[in-house]
Design a protein around this ligand. Sequence first.
Ligand code: UD1
Length: 364
Amino acid sequence: MSNYKFILSGGGTGGHIYPAISIANELKSRFPEAQFLFVGAKDRMEMEKVPEAGYEIKGLWISGIQRRLSLKNFVFPFKLIDSFLKAGKIVKQFKPTMVIGTGGYASAPLVKVASAKGVKCVIQEQNSYPGIANKFLAGKAEKIFVAYDGLERFFPKNKIIKTGNPVRQDILNVSANVEEALEYFQLNKNKKVLLVLGGSLGARAINKLIEKELNFFAENNIQVIWQCGKLYYEEYKKYENKNIKVLAFLNKMNLAYTAADVIISRAGAGTVSELCIVGKPVIFIPSPNVAEDHQTKNAKALSGRNAAVLVKEVSLDSRFEKEFKSIITSETRQKELSKNIKKLALPHATKHIVDEIEKILKTL
Ligand SMILES: CC(=O)N[C@H]1[C@@H](OP(=O)(O)OP(=O)(O)OC[C@H]2O[C@@H](n3ccc(=O)[nH]c3=O)[C@H](O)[C@@H]2O)O[C@H](CO)[C@@H](O)[C@@H]1O
């Protein structure tokens, strides 16, 4: 039998969506007859990104619990009930062979309901510190695919398989055609390129830093591809010129990675996994606003091995220019960082995950 039906559920941010898309693509190439349905959160970016990748998606009325006291928390129980009911309906109608949860609010009701109905479920955790949804679902999952060591603190040890995070095919094959990439962004091939990544939603603190350092970059003859995030685009688009390319979102990450000589980035788990494959010098500025400060932990796993530079938001004023200069003025430093970050790449994550999924399918 190969006419399997898969539900992939996860979202809220790119970090949960792209792994699900990579897994679906690999399943599709192995089982061309299979059917796929994505389940995400209404109004979040998966509702746009998943159809762009060629898959159908249904949205649940769900959001996270606010960490501080907020009116939104009063609506939360109603959202939860509504999304459990809708998840139940979706599972009943679609009759999945298997459910794959990749974290984020929507995956919680969907995976919970499916497993209660006897459907085999697996989950994928991108971070070194798991999100609420995956912690809640761990008991229900057949297998838990992770990218970091030490997750047996949170998940049953016998279910954990370290695979790494799925990375999209075009990033795995990131091209050496720098000229094509520079042309795409209309950049000059005689100047170095800095790529600025604020994570899938953009990062206010990084945008403020880049705005402040524009003269510094000009003095150092640097061109910038600046992914500022959809929320901030109106505020920063005024800086666009022949050396500074301001974008809300990069639809061609592979070309951005190819064009870059040096990268400044948030330390979301998916981006970190991609950067290991890309193998360029990186300065991480982790978000301090995420659960258990997990981005700092993600970045430390690299900076501790001299595979990247970590500058905390609070130290930007005192350290940023010095760190940046020490990279762009030294080819030896660039090579050393590139060599070390590449050693941490896990490029076969998607295949490994789908191999494990196949093993479960064979038991059905
Ligand atoms: C603020 C927040 O909650 N961040 C979390 C979110 O990050 P975030 O959603 O930023 O996720 P990641 O850094 O893991 O991945 C971002 C993904 O979006 C893609 N991309 C990004 C920008 C762009 O312009 N174009 C594009 O295609 C990247 O190539 C990557 O595949 O999920 C991650 C994985 O669970 C967590 O580690 C982060 O802490």
